[in-house]
Design a protein around this ligand. Sequence first.
Ligand code: NAG
Ligand code: NAG
Ligand code: NAG
Ligand code: NAG
Ligand code: NAG
Length: 699
Amino acid sequence: MGDWWWWRCSFLLVSLTLTASLGTIHGGNVTYDRTSLVINGQHKILFSGSIHYPRSTPQMWPNLIAKAKEGGLDVIQTYVFWNLHEPHQGQYEFSGRFDLVGFIKEIQAQGLYVTLRIGPYIESECTYGGLPLWLHDIPGIVFRSDNDQFKFHMQRFTTKIINLMKSAKLFASQGGPIILSQIENEYGNVERGFQQKGFSYVRWAAQMAVGLQTGVPWVMCKQDDAPDPVINTCNGMQCGKTFNGPNSPNKPSLWTENWTSFYQFFGGVPYLRSASDIAYNVALFIIAKKGSYVNYYMYHGGTNFDRLASPFITTAYYDEAPLDEYGLVRQPKWGHLKELHAAIKSCSQPLLYGTQTTFILGLQQKAYVFRSSTECAAFLENSGPRDVTIKFLNIPYQLTRKSISILPGCKNVAFNTGKVTIQNSIREMKPQFRFNSAGKWKVYTEAIPNFDDTSLRANRLLDQIATAKDTSDYMWYTFRLNHNSPNAQSVLSIYSLGHVLHSFVNGVLTGSAHGSHNYTSVAMEKNVNLVNGMNNISILSATVGLPNSGAYLERKVAGLSKVKVQRRDFTNYSWGYQVGLLGEKLQIYTVSGSSKVQWKSFQSSTKPLTWYQTTFDAPEGNKPVVLNLGSMGKGLAWVNGQGIGRYWVSFHTPRGTPSQQWYHIPRSFLKATGNLLVILEEETGNPLGITLDTVYITN
Ligand SMILES: *[C@@H]1O[C@H](CO)[C@@H](O)[C@H](O)[C@H]1NC(C)=O
Ligand SMILES: *[C@@H]1O[C@H](CO)[C@@H](O)[C@H](O)[C@H]1NC(C)=O
Ligand SMILES: *[C@@H]1O[C@H](CO)[C@@H](O)[C@H](O)[C@H]1NC(C)=O
Ligand SMILES: *[C@@H]1O[C@H](CO)[C@@H](O)[C@H](O)[C@H]1NC(C)=O
Ligand SMILES: *[C@H]1O[C@H](CO)[C@@H](O)[C@H](O)[C@H]1NC(C)=O
């Protein structure tokens, strides 16, 4: 853990060059050697980008893929989301945003290749690492280990996906676009935690995958001991420096995740990775590590709709990628990388078939020269912090600090990774509609359940993950407290393993607290007023996604761990539970469920746990649509019954601003008129301040 949070499975695979102009491609057999992947007998340098189909909509896919192709990509890489495809054991879902076959066919139609990262553990800042929660309840299961129960289900699901691909003829060996598949995900990070069962699991997983006979190679990312013929690949920011290389002499050097930015979390400092830094590292990987496949993680991040995100991850995912959350081109990142791809591709012949010589040009300057019988390409690297002028083949060159200059033909500089010539794009949100009319809002306030209202009981504090089973972020913990003292003042102390707490005494909010991405536990101590006699204590615990990394994920717990009133311990006391909120159970965020409760007219917005609903018309045109929730606190939002994600505006960054204020409503979620917007506000917020905006790029 610790640093591993950051070192999520990114891997850069040696990319295969593809003749991008040919339209539909015919893969043919895919093999590999030390040089690169070999498709239909041809070695390739490939640029790849991650786009996750459930993080956008089928209506967005064609444009995302087209812009990836225009940006010089050859391959689209995606994870497969087990939790979305098999939400209940044996019940599969492959429609709409989950239409994996449709997504791959669209990529094929546009003439690109696919890398399919099946996992089926994927991490991916996805709740529970993409594993379905029902796995948790299988007796004796140990996830991602040499454990019969886990292996049974992993093999079953992996086989299901492979067969789905085969029946649609999607593997390159069948004429389809899939040239690579991945099994497991950054398992090297946790392998030692499982000791012998980790090592034997890796061997089993590789053998199981290879036995499925896809006709294309398998990779394992961040897995130095990936057994033959599975290729070990690199993930990270600087594979050009950090990668130990393939673990056998006939495997290519592939980078499966080159992070274009970092994922953002609520309360975190935004991380920006410059276009020149990405370009430098990509070029370095190709020349210094003989890299032949580089994948950008993410090329388009998209949206963590509904409750897809893992703990504290924002709903917008990798908005800083070359294509932003809405699929708009982010400059200069997109354009600078496009130029890089073209420059490297123009050196493909000597890179793939030439011999390499390295010349020292200065203390921190080197030339990597690739020469084949017919062509030459040179890469002049300046790893130092200052611009310098050096001589290469007797010609002076100005090398920008920390950069690589690319010289096709070993002559003229076609591209310098440090010289960004493309103008920054500026993105603006413009309000099209203000929800400032109180008369148009209706409200429904959740009842605070007391112990007497609950039917689920236990003489201890229950684990929220095992009890709520991911059916809701919310779980109520209630108990009765007999207070026999004229002194009303007391202290209520609550400890929780995650992630958010709201405490109520006799129906009145007495306190709220939450953890953070780096420290998910919560401790809250509040002065409370008790009545003489019986008191109702109700504590709402909320998770914001389920844990998604580390060994023994099935043992992770959330929710209350200890409760005290003054010095009296109520941890092992008679507790009553309610999983979820009533509004969730009745699905009052849908058109049909909305009528199941009595909505009232809007008066003020001071009560926590209030549902708000209104209707609106779609803004004209086709610009992306977002909801500006800057006036709200924390909660969930739906449009026409579709979850647009968790919002958490009240959790500020260290700079004092919301981590995320705008929330994407894909155009395909909208009708022309009368769209139902429902918001569950957990804290307090002012819905009259919400606006419906469209997104513009202005330069
Ligand atoms: C792929 O390899 C198989 C087995 O070696 C061979 O029979 C088949 O013709 C090859 N397919 C293509 C498209 O080259
Ligand atoms: C506690 O809850 C019970 C059952 O809902 C209710 O009858 C009682 O009045 C409540 N007590 C207080 C002090 O609110
Ligand atoms: C991590 O969390 C702790 C406790 O909430 C906080 O004090 C600290 O500043 C956080 N560190 C970072 C780097 O966010
Ligand atoms: C509660 O019960 C558990 C299991 O019997 C025990 O391990 C724990 O120490 C108890 N906690 C308290 C605070 O009494
Ligand atoms: C990905 O590219 C960036 C920018 O070139 C680089 O800094 C980073 O090291 C690369 N990632 C890996 C894993 O090498």
